[in-house]
Design a protein around this ligand. Structure first.
Ligand code: BGC
Length: 767
């Protein structure tokens, strides 16, 4: 139900790409030509070679497999792709083996998790979604694609478009949050960023993951089962996937968990009915790592042979790392359980992608150029701009912010203020497994010191280092061990130091949140408190009466109940990336006026999760007199609503109108709303349009986002923005008819600066 972009959809990057082609860059091979060449190559392949293309071997760098080198398998044509290898020399060495020593000279597709940048690390995806500016994602991912391609990576396992309604789920940080409309916009932008207008020698393949329903894991526990009825899948969870597919995403990744008791990696409904038949997807699907062999763990497959059979039959094309296809598919073809036509259907899009990427013509990396590309200085400027654009000002009482550069005595507190590792967040290519990144991240402490110059006094009290109670598998791979919690004496000492530093200063800047390894994969939490003694440090600082600014680095909403009452200014920086500290300083000192908005509802406590604004109303209306909350011990409302974020200026929304008060089914109307900057400085507003279907064949959410635009307005400036409301926005997947459609009904419309906007109008839909 998304706007169709198709591979021809022309965005910012596409336009750049055409300019580059015009300037003499290698033109991409047409899809038709790639298809013909792939078909004729396929005809020459043996069953083993076809199965080889369906095998993604774990890279030599994969520590948990003991770093075995896949040389002999490559020479036999048994490796179609390799994941997790970033050593350029090794990439070239293995590619030479494939291209020169294997019978059919088919190049290897090298894949990696280039999630939010390569050497220049951009803000984490949740942060980029907070920009409410899809061009941010497009530019960042285009830059990352250029870096990755120069370094020999042709395929990234991004975008992650899983809807995340539960902050306990650690992987919320990797996606665009809770909303399908915002998620779809960010998904399309990322596909355009990675692939360009068409897949070619300049692009890398996007991989849309984790298909599908992964974010609905029971209890927010990563990998746990999801139970999502079809109507919720269609109306919410699948929406960004479909958008990415329509934007031309070349590949999908199947998720780890059971969806309604059928593992996603062997789920025919997902992989064949929805993806291929309903949507017409023509690319290929890779499993998540070891997910094919895991079909046995789920109790879905009898043994590895059955796992290979069930995965292929469901529509899975490539086995990531488990070698289950390699060992079992040839036998399954021999005994007639799997047909060669099934293999052909899987292999064809893999070969097409290799042709389209230009790998047959230019399989090797120019090692001499890698560092020059990865160290492009323009990346840092872009990163800093994007980081500042992604920050969300959550609170600013008494105009504590922006700060004056004339301030002379600052106390900086918190373990994250000086952590180069954490400011870039998780899933950094060079820093994965604790490796040394060459990116030289700028911390908040370093940026503040630089900004204030030698005339200012900046003291620093880090407090105890943050540590997980249970290490993640990534921590275990890198040898990182949990730290013992601080003793009572150590705690008291840190708190005394915090208080003394605050007393001596004019202002306290607390940089707090979660260490990077506390969110992302295998990083679920049962509580959402500030880890360690951070909150006590905050209390110690605030008890001095000095103004405190809390800068958050984290991958999910945290429990800020205390802070939101006692700390005058709170800036959500997420994990802002390589130039993150400089970008934080840009916002704190007012050089950049923050304009980001929350892509998730911010809970008061973990017990409210899952929490999302677009829920249905059942039984009791929330605004009924006498009705206060669904919980008796805490408000049901979020601490900060979806779409919320402050600015150093103020905005007024007015003149909300619909062009047609009554439309026919499948017709359309247009919403217009005026936005005025009513403050004294230039700033960004994100105008948001929400709808509610009053009645029909199904209960519909109290509000649904159906349009947004981020605009920059000077003081006093007004702009009138328009948003279409037509079939795409007004249809839903109807659980009674089991089909998409609009129906005769009435709609409420709200417009404003967040999901609680009160400016209202309505219109009706007639037969
Ligand atoms: C994750 C995927 C990732 C893959 C390869 C898995 O554990 O779930 O998101 O792309 O590893 O790194």
């Amino acid at each position: 139900m998304d706007m169709k972009m198709g591979r021809k959809g022309m965005g910012f990057v596409a336009a750049l790409f055409l300019l580059a082609v015009g300037a003499g860059a290698q033109a991409p091979m047409s899809h038709e030509e790639a298809h013909q060449r792939a078909e004729s190559l396929l005809k020459q392949m043996t069953v083993e070679e076809k199965v080889g293309q369906m095998n993604q071997a774990s890279g030599a760098a994969l520590p948990m497999l003991g770093g075995q080198k896949p040389d002999s398998l490559i020479v036999q044509g048994k490796v179609g792709s390799i994941l997790w290898l970033t050593d350029v020399k090794e990439i070239n060495r293995l590619q030479h083996l494939a291209v020169e020593k294997s019978r059919l000279h088919v190049p290897i597709l090298f894949a990696f998790d280039v999630i939010h940048g390569y050497r220049t690390v951009f803000p984490v995806p949740l942060a980029m979604a907070s920009s409410w500016d899809p061009s941010v994602e497009e530019q960042a991912q285009h830059f990352a694609a250029e870096d990755a391609r120069a370094a020999g990576i042709d395929w990234t396992f991004t975008p992650m478009v899983d809807i995340a309604r539960d902050a306990r789920w650690g992987r919320m940080v990797e996606g665009a949050g809770e909303d399908p409309y915002l998620g779809a916009a960010m998904a399309r932008a990322q596909v355009r960023g990675f692939q360009g207008a068409a897949i070619g020698p300049e692009s890398i393949l996007a991989c849309v993951k984790h298909f599908a329903g992964y974010g609905a894991a029971d209890g927010g526990r990563d990998y746990d089962s999801s139970y999502v009825p079809e109507e919720l899948m269609r109306n919410v969870y699948l929406v960004p996937f479909h958008a990415a597919e329509q934007a031309g995403a070349a590949t999908f990744m199947s998720a780890y968990m059971d969806l309604n008791d059928v593992p996603a990696s062997g789920n025919p409904w997902l992989l064949t009915e929805v993806l291929r038949k309903d949507w017409g997807f023509k690319g290929f699907v890779v499993s998540d790592a070891f997910a094919v062999s895991s079909l046995q763990v789920h109790g879905y497959a009898r043994d590895p042979e059955d796992a290979a059979y069930k995965a292929v039959s469901a529509g899975l094309d490539m086995d990531m790392a488990s070698e289950t296809f390699t060992h079992n598919l040839p036998g399954l073809v021999k005994n007639g359980k799997v047909s060669e036509a099934q293999l052909d259907a899987a292999v064809l899009p893999i070969l097409e992608a290799k042709y389209e990427l230009g790998l047959f013509d230019h399989p090797y990396v120019d090692e001499s150029k890698v560092d020059a590309v990865l160290d492009r200085p323009e990346g840092l400027a872009l990163e800093r701009k994007i980081a500042a654009r992604s920050m969300v000002l959550l609170k600013n009482d008494h105009a504590t912010l922006p700060l004056s550069t004339g301030i002379r005595k600052i106390a900086v507190i918190g373990p994250l203020a000086y952590s180069t590792r954490d400011i870039e967040g998780g899933w950094t290519v060079e820093g994965l497994f604790g490796g040394a990144s060459k990116s030289h991240p700028v911390t908040v402490l370093a940026a503040l010191k630089e900004r204030l110059g030698s005339g200012a006094e900046v003291s620093y009290v880090p407090g105890p280092a943050l540590s997980r109670l249970y290490p993640s598998m990534f921590d275990q791979m890198s040898g990182k061990k949990p730290l013992p919690p601080p003793t009572e004496a150590e705690k008291a000492d840190w708190l005394a130091k915090t208080k003394a530093a605050a007393e001596h200063a004019d202002l306290v800047i607390a940089v707090m949140g979660e260490a990077a390894d506390m969110s992302s994969e295998a990083a679920s939490r049962a509580t959402l408190t500030l880890p360690g003694i951070q909150e006590q440090m905050l209390e110690a600082a605030a008890s001095t009466g000095k103004p405190v600014v809390l800068v958050l680095e984290n991958g999910r909403p945290l429990n800020l109940l205390w802070a939101s009452e006692h700390v005058p200014a709170i800036l959500e920086a997420w994990y802002p990336g390589t130039e993150g500290g400089a970008a934080v300083a840009d916002v704190l000192f007012g050089e950049v006026n923050p304009g980001g908005k929350l892509p998730v509802s911010w809970p008061r406590i973990a017990g409210q999760e899952p929490l999302y604004y677009n829920h249905n109303l059942t039984h009791e209306p929330e605004d009924r007199p006498g009705f206060t909350s669904r919980y008796w011990d805490i408000s049901s409302k979020p601490l900060f609503p979806f779409g919320y974020g402050l600015s150093y200026t103020t905005f007024k929304y007015s003149d909300l109108k619909v062009s047609q008060k009554s439309i026919h089914v499948n017709g359309s109307t247009e919403v217009s709303v005026a936005v005025t900057n009513t403050g004294n400085v230039t700033g960004d507003a994100v105008a948001q349009v929400y709808i509610h279907q009053r009645y029909g064949s199904a209960s519909r959410p109290v509000r649904q986002l159906k349009g947004f635009e981020r605009v920059t307005l000077k003081p006093g400036e007004t702009r009138t923005l328009t948003f279409p409301l037509g079939q795409a926005e007004l249809s839903y997947w109807n659980p009674q008819t089991k089909a998409w459609g609009m129906e005769p009904t009435e709609f409420d419309v709200w417009a404003g600066g967040d999901s609680t906007a009160s400016l209202h109008t309505d219109f009706s839909v007639i037969q």
